[in-house]
Ligand binder design. Structure first.
Ligand code: AMP
Ligand code: MG
Length: 489
């Protein structure tokens, strides 16, 4: 049955020096806890075969599919601003690549599969709660239309892992366009030869339109393309109130997908200073800091490309630095343009000289009144339909009236149609922290119903359903005030 997974291994074939062959550890009693059958089918896998005992063994890493070459990827990275020369997959394996039904190459990767060469002091394991958390939030992000790694399955190992207490061990099977990160380049740049191979591999896999660019421009264009994807990605995070929580350079992908759901969380009250992660003492990765931090990570990426660009320009380092800097300097504008385009859609106004200031002023009002991010945008559509109650519930009318008057003055279309278009971009269901917490607590104790119910709501985030009203409500203040997240080990 392991032939159900027909894996290719181009990373292992082409990028010697950037990984070590590795194997998962045995799992005493592997059981698939959640399986994403839609995604399995999209990947050309047979969900029934994947759900068998042998499938569960593959999904924990205990059994390698025939012909596969599991590897632990090497990478470096800046963690909270400090350079770490060697991180790497300390509790993960790249099993290989699958070609999906659209012909796209996608990594199949296991997180929590056991110790590797890169584990340092860690146990190489993962606990069920954090793996289900990544499953839930990454699938919610996908349903919101945000580029992300996907969750294929969470499989319990049948073994306990020691965290604050003993917890059930589990492995997340995750699918990504690739797992190449800024940190992969930071690792490769120290070894000139793999750097060029890595860049050419990443270009062929993620930016094939650049493969035939002339050498002097190719790596600058590559940088430009990554800058563009990251600018759009962080704009999407900001638009839905997503806080990644640990935006180290090893958690910034070259493909432009969101990766590594550890201490991430969604905002309740809109406030740029919001931090949930227990270890982010200085707020480096606060909600409102994310656009600047992604820019910082992109500068670390640019630095790794200097040798390649310089070599293609007759060893002219200065020309390389200038060309890469010129691209980097466009980043914040690209972010801001992308963010404002999303905000205009969220408030239902077309491009207009007054529109972007209007959107910024709304965010300022939301901050001032600690308005619920998700509920406020959703309330604006109700306002257009003639129902002021929802907006009044988040911002007092005496404070919102002037803004609403300016908003209503801007040219729009038929209010009913505009409101429907707004509802199609403003989610009503997001992974609210109190709901995620309750679902994971129940799941860890053996009851998967709350998890499955929440997952179902998050999979259709824009479609209001009166039966699901509890999922749209903000957390009780006593919960929101003390909520913290932890790095998902
Ligand atoms: P993350 O916070 O998941 O991005 O991980 C940061 C680094 O720590 C990566 O190199 C991981 O492989 C490593 N790591 C995290 N948790 C563990 C663990 N339980 N055992 C070994 N390594 C780990
Ligand atoms: Mg990581």
């Amino acid at each position: 049955m392991t032939t159900a997974f027909r894996l290719e291994n181009t990373f292992a074939r082409d990028l010697e020096g950037l990984f070590v062959p590795s194997a998962g550890e045995p799992a005493p009693d592997p059981q698939v806890v959640v399986l994403n059958t839609t995604l399995a089918t999209e990947l050309g896998l047979d969900p029934d075969a994947v759900g068998t005992r042998a499938g569960a063994e593959v999904l924990t890493g205990a059994r390698a599919p025939e012909g596969s070459t599991p590897i632990a990827m090497a990478y470096a990275g800046h963690q909270f601003g400090g350079y770490q020369p060697l991180l790497g997959d300390g509790r993960a394996l790249l099993l290989g690549e699958l070609i999906d039904t659209d012909g796209n190459r996608r990594d199949l990767h296991l997180k929590g599969s056991g110790a590797t060469r890169f584990s340092r002091g860690g146990d190489g394991r993962a606990a069920l709660g954090p793996m289900l958390r990544e499953y839930l939030i990454s699938e919610a992000m996908h349903a919101l239309g945000i580029p992300t790694t996907r969750a294929l399955a969470v499989t319990a190992t049948g073994e306990a892992v020691q965290r604050d207490a003993q917890e059930p061990g589990a492995v997340l099977a995750r699918v990504a366009a690739s797992h190449i990160r800024v940190g992969t380049f930071e690792f490769a740049v120290r070894q000139r030869d793999p750097l060029a191979r890595l860049a050419d591999y990443a270009i062929a896999r993620h930016y094939p339109q650049l493969v035939d660019s002339e050498p002097a421009e190719k790596y600058v264009r590559f940088f430009d393309a990554v800058v563009d994807r990251q600018a759009h990605l962080v704009a999407q995070w900001m638009s839905v109130g997503f806080i990644h929580g640990v935006l180290n350079t090893d958690n910034t992908t070259i493909s432009g997908e969101t990766i590594d759901y550890g201490p991430c969380a969604f905002l309740d009250a809109h406030d740029p200073a919001t931090v949930f992660s227990s270890i982010d003492i200085n707020g480096r990765y606060a909600y409102g800091a994310q656009p600047v931090i992604i820019g910082w990570n992109l500068s670390r990426f640019a630095e790794t490309l200097i040798p390649l660009v310089a070599a293609a320009r007759g060893d002219d380092v200065q020309s390389a630095v200038q060309a890469l800097t010129a691209v980097l300097e466009t980043y914040l504008d690209r972010y801001s343009t992308a963010h404002h385009r999303l905000l205009r859609a969220k408030i239902g106004v077309p491009e207009h000289p007054a529109a972007d200031q209007l959107a910024d002023d709304l965010l300022a009002l939301m901050t001032e009144h600690r308005a619920d991010h998700t509920a406020t945008f959703r309330a604006l559509a109700d306002e257009l339909r003639g129902d002021p109650a929802a907006l009044n519930a988040v911002i007092p009318r005496e404070s919102s009236a002037a803004w609403v008057a300016r908003w209503r003055e801007l040219p729009a279309g038929d209010p009913v149609q505009v409101a429907a278009a707004m509802d199609a971009v403003n989610p009503i269901y997001i992974p609210r922290n109190h709901l995620v917490d309750a679902a994971l607590t129940a799941a860890t104790a053996g009851d998967l119903q709350p998890f499955n119910d929440l997952l179902a709501a998050l999979t259709r985030p824009f479609d209001a359903d009166p039966a699901l009203s509890a999922y749209a409500a903000a957390a009780p203040p006593e919960f929101a005030d003390r909520f913290q997240t932890f790095c998902g080990t």
